[in-house]
Design a protein around this ligand. Structure first.
Ligand SMILES: [Zn+2]
Length: 194
């Protein structure tokens, strides 16, 4: 499955490389964002396995979470102009990778506090996988921004593929160890195989 994800990333990254897309700023930005979404959906599909129709809702949500990060370009630009959004003085906030553990742990804490952990136990994991996959893919060009410590150099393509391919499996394994997967398997009717 990890090899398939590698191949999937390779195909997804080349899916929109047509000149007519690459020469148009909006089409290029939208297709790049779509690939983030597709990879987010694929990763979550690996975690839950597609067994029921309503699992698609979760997969769409994972894709949405992987894509929505890029709205921060427009938030920082303070306009809907793509030109402004692409010419920012610094990287926008949602692209700070330190934010991922902070948001995930805060979410886990809030869910624990409000006893939401059973039905929504998957959400922190989904957020973690979707956002990490986005950051790692952006990292090919820009490196990872570990604010406030600075940024890494651009990630090699093989590292992006390796992380993207292993992330769902690694998370599944930790979810299994922490009992989250057991709760999810009741919800999804999936077998626990890690
Ligand atoms: Zn991005």
């Amino acid at each position: 499955m990890a090899t398939e994800t590698g191949l999937f990333c390779f195909i997804a990254d080349r899916l929109f490389q047509f000149p007519f897309i690459q020469q148009n700023d909006w089409l290029r930005a939208l297709s790049d964002n779509a690939v983030h979404g597709i990879i987010g959906m694929w990763s979550w599909a690996i975690v839950i396995g597609l067994k029921k129709k309503n699992d698609f809702g979760e997969i769409i949500l994972a894709g949405f979470l992987a894509s929505v990060i890029d709205v921060d370009h427009f938030l920082l630009a303070g306009s809907l102009s793509l030109k402004d959004a692409l010419n920012l003085p610094h990287r926008p906030f949602f692209h700070c990778s330190t934010l991922i553990p902070v948001v995930v742990l805060t979410l886990k804490f809030i869910m624990h506090l409000f006893r939401l952990k059973d039905s929504w136990c998957f959400l922190p994991w989904m957020l973690f996988i979707s956002w990490t996959s986005h950051h790692v893919r952006d990292g090919i060009r820009h490196g990872l921004w570990i604010c406030p410590f600075g940024k890494t150099s651009p990630l090699p393509y093989w590292l992006y593929v390796t992380i993207t391919a292993s992330l769902p499996h690694l998370c599944s394994f930790i979810m299994y160890l922490t009992g989250t997967r057991e709760m999810m398997s009741i919800k999804h009717g999936i077998h626990i195989d890690v």
